[in-house]
Design a protein around this ligand. Structure first.
Ligand code: DSN
Length: 420
């Protein structure tokens, strides 16, 4: 396939090659990113991209569905099996669309939803005001405790009793601690709300049994299929049997048209990969690496939101270091360490230049890095933070990172040969 690309469009081939080389020659710590397997990559780029399949297996609006029906059925069965769910919809184009579909399956525009505020680690689509979900629903937001950086479930319960939401959303994009989905489910029941749980970040940890699953405690569970789950970029909804029809109708025809069958094919592959002992070992190592990195960062004098991590991500509060998150993220990028600047709970700085830095270990763990490398990366981060205006030190760190990367090559399909 790459040869064809090179012959037909050398300009784009060269850019794809350069991006492959970039991803190979840096330490990627953005917690929502990963490296997918050769099998997932091939399925994503397969002939299934050519097929329209509006509808669901056995009930499509276009002909020629002999194979697509089989593929989507396999993907749904695999999702139901590994998440232990009654029903799975594998068609959402992304996590954002999946979340919107989950809400519209259960409630009407104008109804009240209650999710975690974006600056506290929630997602745009949990009702943040600039998102459609914050405009078409009456959105109330909860936060994390100012003292602990963790959820104060009593506070969330009080807020729910006061605001009487129709949906309570659990799940986060920048919360480093275990989430008690059972309590979220109880609170929702107490106030007569539905519980929608968005496990986009931790779904790989959930299927591996490293993080407790929300499936028994939520009406609908939403996830992306990449991140820790290590599949293609896509979304998925899991739900109890009673909501199956409403969920399917909300996705199609409610929000989407034709499903991306090439993505669904790759999701099916990723779900099979996640159903293996190797994946469980991978997920365990993600958390071990995050804990080792967090401990070393603490030793280096960094403050961490909530004081550490239970999962794949770390949120550094840089206020004691007096370095804006964006400045450090850019210096780290020059040192071949890829992170993202992020708000911290109750951040006094604006979101465009916040006080935090978000890190995660899914991608480095896929490369085979272990606790030793995680600690070493924390030391690199410290060195850059201490020399944020010193380009020669940053250049030296970049060389050290490159050496480390060469010792932990990315999956071989990622290396696109430079024939020049
Ligand atoms: N943008 C994703 C993340 O980085 O967490 C969430 O959708």
């Amino acid at each position: 396939m790459l040869t064809a690309l090179e012959q037909y469009d050398p300009q784009i081939y060269e850019l794809v090659r350069q991006e492959g080389a970039r991803q190979s020659a840096c330490v990627r710590l953005i917690p929502s990113e990963n490296y997918v397997s050769r099998a997932v990559m091939l399925a994503s780029g397969s002939c299934l991209t050519n097929k329209y399949a509006e509808g669901y297996p056995g009930k499509r609006y276009y002909e020629g569905q002999q194979i697509t029906d089989l593929i989507e059925t396999v993907a749904r069965q695999r999702a139901k099996k590994i998440f232990k769910a009654d029903h799975a919809n594998v068609q959402p184009y992304s996590g954002s669309v999946a979340n919107l579909a989950a809400y519209l399956a259960l409630i009407k525009p104008g109804d009240t939803i209650m999710g975690l505020a974006l600056p506290h680690g929630g997602h745009l689509t949990h009702g943040w005001k600039v998102s459609l979900t914050g405009k078409i629903f009456n959105s109330m937001q909860y936060g994390v405790s100012a003292e602990t950086g963790r959820f104060d479930y009593d506070q969330i319960r009080d807020l729910a009793k006061k605001n009487k939401p129709k949906i309570i959303i659990s799940g986060c994009t920048a919360y480093p601690r275990e989430i008690n989905f059972e309590i979220f489910g109880d609170i929702a029941k107490e106030v007569g709300a539905y519980h929608v749980s968005d496990i986009a970040h931790i779904s790989g940890l959930v299927v591996a049994g490293i993080h407790k699953s929300p499936v028994p405690y939520a009406d609908i569970v939403s996830t992306t299929t990449h991140k820790t789950l290590r599949g293609p970029r896509g979304g998925m909804l899991l739900c109890k049997a009673e909501h199956a029809d409403k969920v399917d109708k909300a996705v199609f025809p409610g929000i989407q048209g034709g499903p991306h069958m090439h993505t669904i094919t790759a999701i099916a592959v990723a779900l099979a990969e996640a159903d293996t002992p190797e994946f469980v070992a991978y997920a365990k190592q993600i958390v071990k690496n995050a804990k080792a990195m967090a401990e070393k960062l603490l030793e280096c004098g960094f403050n961490l939101a909530s004081g550490g991590t239970d999962n794949h991500l770390i949120l550094i509060d840089l206020r004691n270091k007096n370095i804006p998150g964006k400045k450090l993220a850019k210096a780290l990028d020059r040192a071949r360490i890829e992170t993202n600047y992020n708000t911290i709970p109750n951040d006094p700085a604006p979101p465009a230049n916040p006080s935090g830095l978000r890190l995660g270990t899914p991608a480095i763990t896929t490369r085979g890095m272990k606790e030793e490398q995680a600690r070493q990366i924390a030391e690199f981060i410290n060195k850059v933070a201490e020399n944020v205006d010193n380009e020669s030190v940053i250049e030296q760190v970049a060389k050290d990172v490159l050496l480390m990367c060469s010792q932990f090559p990315v999956p071989e399909h990622f290396i696109i040969p430079n024939k020049k």
